[in-house]
Write a protein that binds this ligand. Structure first.
Ligand code: FES
Length: 100
């Protein structure tokens, strides 16, 4: 898999979702403490940008109808059948994803 630099970690405020566009695919990156999570950036409900959402507890919440996705897995606590695809993020200075 190829690693792609998507953001500088300086651009990531703690628990504030940040949009990134890679190969015309919307992504959302979130720093929480020392971890960085990168997910597909569109809500599975109706496609809203997840970067317009917010973090509550251990979940990333869509700002439109409040679907939730756990930060560690992308799985919804409300409906475990729904999971926002999560990418591997590596690096301290720059969040990178593994393609494929
Ligand atoms: S579009 Fe995200 S919950 Fe409806």
């Amino acid at each position: 898999m190829n690693k792609v630099a998507i953001l500088s970690s300086d651009a990531l405020e703690d628990r504030k979702p940040q949009h990134a566009l890679v190969a015309d695919v919307d992504l959302v990156a979130v720093r929480f403490d020392d971890e960085i999570a990168v997910f597909y950036g569109r809500c599975l409900h109706r496609g809203a940008l997840m970067s317009d959402g917010y973090v509550s507890g251990n979940s990333l919440i869509c700002g439109v109808h409040y679907w939730d996705y756990r930060m560690d897995t992308g799985v919804s606590e409300y409906n475990n059948a729904e999971a926002l695809p999560k990418f591997s993020a590596v690096g301290k200075k720059t969040a990178k994803i593994l393609g494929g």
